[in-house]
Design a protein around this ligand. Sequence first.
Ligand code: FAD
Ligand code: N01
Length: 551
Amino acid sequence: MSDPATPKNMRPSENLDAIVVGAGFAGLYMLHRLRGIGLKAIILEQAAGVGGTWYWNRYPGARCDVESMQYSFSFSEELQQEWQWRERFAGQPEILRYANHVADRFDLRRDIHFETPVRAAHFDDATGRWRITTAGGEEFSARYCIMATGCLSTARLPDIPGRESFAGKTYHTGHWPHEGVDFTGQTVGVIGTGSSAIQAIPVIAEQVRQLFVFQRTANYSIPARNAPMAPDYEQAWKSAYAERRTKARMMRTGILYPLNDTSALAVDPATREREYQARWAAGGLGFMAAFNDLILDRRANDTAAEFVRAQIRAIVRDPKVAEILCPKDHPIGTKRICADTNYFATYNRDNVTLIDLHATPITAITSHGLDTTGARFTLDSIVFATGFDAMTGTLTRIDIRGTLGARLRDKWEAGPRSYLGLMTAGFPNLFLITGPGSPSVLSNMMVSIEQHVDWIADCLAFLQREGLSQIEPRSDAEEAWVAHGNEVADRTLYPAANSWYMGANIPGKPRVFMPYIGGVGVYREICDKVAAGGYADGFLLSAGPARAAAE
Ligand code: FAD
Ligand code: N01
C-alpha cells in the first residue's frame, strides 16, 4: 500500500499498514498475525522489552492465577508442545522468559520499537490514516492503529497526603525494580490487599524484620496449591491440547475447569460443604465454578463466602485478626478472586501486623513513615500494592482523536462506549484488544487476546480482499451493545462491589461495569457471527478517503 501523505518527522522507511501499540502478549501475537496476512506493521512499546504485565510486575511472589497449561498461547501447535512450564502456576520470571521466547521464535523484535511511548494518535480525515506521535517527537502513520496497551498497565498511586515527603524507599508492585529489592532487616509497610499484595505479602514477610499490612478492604483468596509441574499432567494436556483449547474457548471464563451445573441452593448443606472443600483442596479459580449461581444469586453467593470466611478463621490463630481478614462487604467473586500461597497463614507470623484502615484510616504519609488515626508507624520502605487505572486509564492517557478531531477521552467521559469491545464509533480503523465491552479481564486473558487478535486480523484480511480500507462501528450498534452489556451486568452481583471493574478505585471515575459479563463462549459466537456476515451487522465499511482519492 502506498502512503499518500508522509508526515514530516516520519521515518522514510516506515511505509506502514498498521501500527500496534504495546508489546505484551496481545501486541506480540497481533504483529505475528498482521505479517501473516501480508501487512507491514510495527509495534511501538514504551518498555525496554516485551512481556507487558510480566515485564512491569516483578514484585516478589508474582505469578499467574490461571494454570500455565492454559495461560499460554494456543496459536502454534509447535510452541505449545515444545514449551515446558516448570510450575502449575508459573512465576513472573518464567512467564517473562516465555514472552521473550515467543518474540524470538517468531522473529518479532525487528519490528518492535522499544522505549517509544505513544503520546497521541490522530485520525486524519483527509487521508484516512492514523498519525501516531511518540514522546520523543517521532511521527508514524498507518492506515490501521491497534491498541494492545493492556487493561492493567497504568499503575495507580493513591492520593495520600504527604506521599512525596517520605524519606525511605517507595515501590509500586506494577513498577517493580528490575534488580529486585532486598528488604532484609527492614520495617516495611504494604498498602493494599488486592491480588498483587496477596501474592507479595507472604514472600516479603519472610525477608523483613517487621511487616505492617495496611488493609482497607478484606479480600477473598483461595489457595493456589502451586506445585512443580507434574510430568503426567503436562502430558495429559499436551496430548489433548487441540480439543481442550477448543473447549476452553467456549467456557464462560475461557478456563477449562469442572463446572458444577447445579444451584448452591438446590443441595443440602453437607453436599455443599463437600463441594467447597474439594475445590478449596484443589486450589485456584475453579472454586467459583462450584455451583452455577454463585455470581447471580446473593443467597447462593453467601454460602461460598461463608465457607471462605470459615477457612480464614481456621487458619488465622488470633480471632481478632481473622475477623479483620474476613471479607464481608462484597459478594465473593465480584472482585477478581485471588489465588495465594500461604497468605492467611502469614498473619500467624510474629513479624507481621495487620492494620485495619476501616477502624483507623491513614491520615498522612510522613518523612518517617505513615500515620493512621490510631498510631504512627516508622517505616524503612512502603510498598504500594494499590492497583491500576484499569481498562480505560491507559487509553485515555493517550491523546486519541477520531474523525473531526473528536477526543476519545471526551467520548468516554461518562464511561467507555464500544461496539463488541473491539472498536468505538467515530474512530475508524482503531482497534482495541480486550477493550471495555469485551470479556477481557473477567477471563483467561490469553484466550480473549487470541480471540480479538484473530478477529481483527480476519477483518483486515477481509477488507483487503474486498478492496475496502475503512471500518467503523455504527453508533446505533454501539448504543445497543452498551445497553446489552449493562443489562447483562445488572443481572449479576458484580455491580454490588466497589471494584476496579466498576472504576470504583479511581476517585471521580464514572461508575460503570466495564467488561462484558455475557461469557467468553457466548461473546465469541456473537463476534464470529458478525464476521461471517461480512461485518454488515453493526459496522460501516468503505473504500476510505485515501483509497478513493488514489483511484
Ligand atoms: P499488557 O501485558 O499490559 O501489555 C501492554 C503493553 O502496552 C505494555 O508493555 C505497556 O508498556 C504498553 N503500553 C501501554 N501504553 C503505551 C503507550 N502509550 N505507548 C507505548 N506502549 C504502551 N490475566 C490472566 O488471565 N491470568 C493471570 O494469571 C493474570 N495475572 C496477572 C497478574 C498481574 C500482576 C497483573 C497486573 C495482571 C494479570 N493478568 C492476568 C492480566 C494481564 O494483564 C493479562 O493476562 C495479559 O498479560 C495482558 O496482555 P496485554 O498484551 O493485553 O497487555
Ligand atoms: O490491585 P487492586 P492489584 N488506601 O486494585 C488498596 C490482576 N492481578 O494490583 O479495595 C488504602 O485489586 C485497595 O483497597 P480497596 C487481577 O486482575 C492478578 O492487587 O480499594 N488502600 C486494594 O486492596 C487484579 O484484580 C494477579 O479498599 C488502598 C488494593 O489497594 C488486578 O490485577 C496478581 C488505597 C488494590 O488492589 C489488580 O490487582 C496481581 C488507599 N488510598 C494482579 N488505594 C494474579 O494472581 C487502593 N488501596 C494472577
